[in-house]
Design a protein around this ligand. Structure first.
Ligand code: IVH
Length: 674
């Protein structure tokens, strides 16, 4: 017995020593031990683990690579959503960002920011429980990602157990960061891939993504993946020790052995942010990894919380992107594509070119007016830029290279997919095909939208497969997806037993969804994700939504008369109602909208008036609905509370006349937090 406990403490001591040396080597680039001495410690641990299997712990530094490849990736909900960032493309955008913050933070005369390079890698979420790496996931759609723990464990700079430090690691924490590959390592990978006739990666980001998207952890282990932590999701600290700022979080990370970007700095105002951007821009060429900008985050967590978010991006952070990169190429053809709701978009296909590490071969052109403005013709040499993140765009035609007369592009008169006549609405610059889902292109696009990540999220139904399904008459409307049989799929090119089962499985899994995803998936004009969420929070049940009147729709904050018209028209069509009912009959299950019912405002009739500083009006409304309040637009005897912001107007007078209780912004925010 005694021997065992001595062995156990030696094993745990070895974990600690090895982890510390490993951190110094991989994260700090500062080796503190000879390689041979490190190997001796590692071998001692391996031998002890072989001799005493009961002492072989999953968080041991010897256990980075699991033995068996996985069968597939599991989907996992993040405890807290992984948000995206708003972009700033110039100094004015940054100043506007600061102005918006200062307008909301009226009581602050100074707002500090954390500044970090924006790594061009893959965002991951690491969950540590009781200090041990418990699970790692990709960002996915921000709400749900894929379990890649097996691959993340192979990354040497990611600790399997957090180092002990003065600040005790919390019992649960979601640590967010970026996995990336150094530029030189990426070149090496491609060199080797070329000699082995394997897949060449377009850029380091794709190489990192490709390595994490492997079922066999040995592939990831063979790639020189690196990691910098840059954010935090859920955390469960004891109340008093919890970090209060982004910079304090970075200090914690360092003390637990997690690598952070050494160029991270604090800026005390927006001008310091602007200088930081200039500094990083000039250092960019010397960095060993690729960055595409700089991220600024309001340092204080309290302020972050009161600033809140709009759609999927927080108001308290922004990415200042480097200018778009530009290249020149020759236009091969200009064709016309039909969108989900029939709009016709010209698309230029050109000779492929590499812009900033990404090979691009076509660009959409907004509308026909834009073709005229650019005067772009087939055969022209054009300048292309990759705007913002990814979307390539034609900036201008190089007329000096137009050696011979080229034909002007003529607007199409008939739909390129179904040949119906095209219409142009008076105040729209866009040509439209009005054949709806009778047009094969619109049918394909509406299915593509339905299965897309933020809609029903059906994996494995790419554009090519959907086209095949439509062309072979296997799917001509959304419900048909759920009637697909394995035999049907096996007849299609590229399907085998395993891939067919896999697709049917993901179609089956998609049946469990939420009302907001489902409404979004229907592809109603003007109904994006935010509107769909709003609709779901207001109607709560699909049956109620199907009966929505125009007045009810207009009454919903953030839904204007045009969107209300589109939604109402959509719901007035019997075909659409039938389609939804059919989908429900086929087994679509819509999770109950989660409403908290024990809040002071639950089940109360609340009216909002005036403008707010700490929260957007639409978000306030959403939060009220989440606690079960019934938000109404006019004050009456039935009103329980009037929530007033600045400049409340006539509703306040009426509420006072009727003796309705009035809550100010601070009161309501406090109650919502309960
Ligand atoms: S913070 C709400 N910091 O950029 C804050 N993101 O467009 C969300 N990224 O998905 C992210 N470097 O993959 C943050 N220093 C950094 C980053 C960074 C790269 C990526 C991240 C995220 C995307 C947001």
């Amino acid at each position: 017995m005694k021997v065992d406990s001595e062995v156990k403490s030696r094993v745990l001591e070895l974990h600690k020593i090895i982890n510390e040396h490993s951190y110094n080597y991989h994260s700090l680039d500062n080796p503190t031990i000879e390689d041979s001495a490190y190997d001796a410690l590692f071998n001692e641990l391996l031998e002890l683990e072989a001799k005493y299997p009961g002492l072989s712990f999953s968080h041991s530094p010897t256990q980075r690579i699991g033995s068996e490849p996985l069968e597939g990736f599991n989907k996992v909900d993040h405890l807290t959503p992984m948000l995206s960032l708003e972009n700033a493309f110039n100094t004015k955008d940054l100043e506007d960002f600061n102005k918006r913050i200062m307008e909301r933070m009226v009581s602050e005369n100074q707002v500090n920011f954390s500044c970090e390079p924006k790594l061009d890698g893959i965002a991951v979420n690491l969950i540590y429980k009781e200090g041990f790496l418990h699970q790692a996931t990709t960002r996915g759609d921000g709400k749900t990602g894929e379990d890649i723990t097996h691959n993340i464990r192979t990354i040497p700079s990611i600790p399997l157990s957090l180092l002990e430090s003065k600040i005790k690691a919390p019992s649960l924490i979601e640590i967010r960061g970026e996995v990336f590959i150094d530029i030189n390592d990426f070149k090496e990978i491609n060199k080797k891939a070329k000699t082995d006739s394997e897949k060449i990666f377009a850029n380091p980001r794709n190489a990192a993504a490709g390595s994490l998207r492997q079922l066999d952890p040995r592939v990831a282990a063979s790639r020189p993946l690196k990691f910098f932590a840059h954010g935090i999701g859920s955390l469960d600290f004891g109340k008093d020790t919890s970090p209060k700022t982004q910079m304090e979080v970075f200090d914690c990370y360092v003390s637990w052995g997690l690598p952070i970007n050494p160029l991270t700095e604090q800026a005390n105002d927006i001008n310091e942010c602007i200088s930081y951007f200039k500094k990083i821009e000039s250092l960019r060429g010397q960095l060993t990894y690729e960055i595409d900008g700089v991220v600024f985050k309001v340092n204080s967590f309290d302020m972050q919380q009161s600033l809140g978010q709009v759609s999927r991006a927080p108001r308290w952070a922004i990415a200042r992107k480097f200018p778009a990169e530009v290249g020149s190429t020759k236009v091969k053809t200009i064709s016309f594509q039909v969108g989900r709701v029939g709009s016709i978009t010209p698309v230029a296909e050109f000779e492929p070119l590499n812009i900033g590490g990404v090979v691009v071969s076509h660009a959409s052109i907004h509308n026909f007016d834009e073709i005229e403005r650019l005067d772009v013709r087939e055969g022209d040499t054009v300048q292309i830029k990759r705007a913002g993140d990814v979307i390539p765009q034609i900036i201008k035609v190089d007329l000096s290279k137009r050696k011979k007369a080229l034909q002007k592009v003529k607007p199409p008169t008939a739909c390129p997919s179904c040949n119906s006549e095209l219409i142009k609405l008076e105040n729209e610059a866009i040509l439209r095909c009005n054949a709806g889902t009778n047009c094969p292109a619109q049918k394909t696009e509406s299915i593509r939208h339905y299965v897309s990540r933020n809609a029903l999220n059906i994996d494995g139904l790419g554009e090519r497969i959907i086209e095949m399904l439509v062309q072979n008459n296997l799917v001509s409307s959304l419900p048909d997806l759920y009637l697909l049989k394995k035999e049907d799929l096996l007849e299609l090119e590229g399907f085998a037993e395993k891939s067919a089962s896999k697709l049917l499985n993901s179609i089956e899994n998609s049946k469990e969804t939420t009302l907001s995803r489902f409404i979004y998936a229907l592809g109603i004009k003007e109904v994006g994700e935010a509107t769909a969420l709003n609709l779901s929070l207001n109607f709560l049940h699909i049956e109620r939504f199907l009966l929505a009147s125009k007045e009810e729709l207009i009454d919903i904050n953030d839904i204007g008369p045009i969107a209300a018209d589109h939604i109402f028209n959509y719901l007035s069509k019997k075909d659409n109602q039938d389609q939804i009912k059919k989908l429900l009959k086929l087994g679509i299950k819509l999770q109950e909208v989660q409403i908290q019912s024990d809040n002071l405002l639950s089940a109360k009739v609340v009216v909002i008036t005036g403008s707010f500083t700490g929260i957007a009006r639409s978000q306030l409304k959403e939060e009220l609905i989440r606690v079960g309040a019934r938000v109404s637009s006019s004050v009456s005897k039935r009103t329980d509370f009037l929530v007033t912001g600045e400049k409340p107007g006539s509703k306040l007078k009426k509420a006072l006349d009727l003796g309705v209780e009035v809550l100010e912004e601070d009161d309501v925010l406090r109650i919502l937090k309960q």
